[in-house]
Design a protein around this ligand. Structure first.
Ligand SMILES: [Zn+2]
Length: 304
């Protein structure tokens, strides 16, 4: 039997054959999706689409960090609801949702990725507090041998809104850092994640520090339930329609010129997380592109 974690084997599993020269990989990576996954028990990371790791604005994936900060800093107590009517003004800016979500709580706001809930709930969440929580999730640290994306040494704005909507140009974690975020949410609160390292380069394992989930029992519950809601009836509902893998997920879409690019991250099975993944699509919204493309990868193999 080939080793399931060998990249060459993984590439062939996903129907991708042959190794491309790095320059060609880089050129192709700009126009193709990137998919990475990791085994939460042994830390091995698979690179089925190649070694080029995107570092883009993460969009609404950052709402997970905001939700954890709200709960763990005592700014959200467990059942407050906010009304989403589709448009909301914050100072000179307007925040929008595609549909009015009505009166919802934090779990539902994660599942539906409600911008207006978060704009209201985070009025007292400063950028500094948000970034402190982002650091606890290691969004300023390298991952599996890949450098960290941009992370502000000092917040360039006092409000957390642009950071938590994942639109700030100075916060662009790598796709692998976002995968590690999903992994740290998936494992039990306070648990330590195995050192993430390329399945092909076992020497790297020793160099990667260990990270511990910064979540409390309460924030873990809300984030896990919110991500589960996203995968079953929210923005990632097309990821696993038959609920075969029991995925928990979060999507993010950002404008890119006059088009969109998108992310989806997640872990599964939700009741005993064994794998985490990330997919970045350089074109299309999460619902049109990242989610269906991630579904193709997730469903094209048998997970150990
Ligand atoms: Zn909304």
């Amino acid at each position: 039997m080939p080793d399931i974690n060998r990249r060459g084997f993984i590439r062939s599993l996903f129907g991708i054959t042959g190794a491309l020269p790095v320059a060609q990989q880089m050129a192709e990576a700009r126009s193709q999706v990137s998919f990475f996954w990791c085994n939460l028990n042994n830390g091995q990371v698979g690179f089925p689409t190649g070694l080029v790791v995107p570092k883009e604005r993460p969009g609404s994936i950052m709402k997970l960090v905001a939700a954890a900060a709200l709960i763990d800093e005592g700014l959200y107590h467990g059942n407050e609801k906010y009304e989403c009517t589709g448009t909301y003004r914050v100072g000179k800016e307007s925040v929008h949702c595609q549909n009015a979500h009505g009166r919802i709580d934090l779990t539902q706001a994660i599942g539906k990725s409600c911008n207006i809930f978060f704009a209201q709930a985070t009025k007292h969440l400063t950028a500094r507090c948000f970034l402190d929580k982002a650091k606890q999730f290691a969004l300023d640290k390298p991952c599996a041998g890949t450098a960290s994306g941009a992370f502000p040494a000092e917040p360039t704005q006092t409000a957390s809104l642009h950071y938590l909507l994942g639109l700030a140009p100075d916060l662009t974690p790598s796709a692998l850092q976002l995968m590690r975020l999903a992994a740290l949410i998936g494992i039990a609160p306070g648990a330590t994640l195995a050192a993430l390292h390329s399945a092909e380069n076992l020497d790297m394992k020793a160099k990667e520090p260990l990270y511990t989930s910064p979540l409390t029992a309460q924030s873990h519950k809300v984030l896990a339930e919110g991500m589960r809601l996203s995968a079953t009836s929210g923005t990632a509902k097309k990821l696993d329609v038959d609920d075969k893998l029991k995925v928990a997920a979060k999507t993010g879409t950002t404008p890119h010129g006059n088009k969109f690019q998108s992310y989806v991250i997640g872990y599964f099975p939700c009741d005993k997380p064994a794998h985490a993944f990330v997919l970045f699509s350089p074109s299309g919204t999460s619902q049109d592109s990242a989610v269906p493309k991630a579904r193709d990868y997730l469903m094209s193999t048998t997970w150990p």
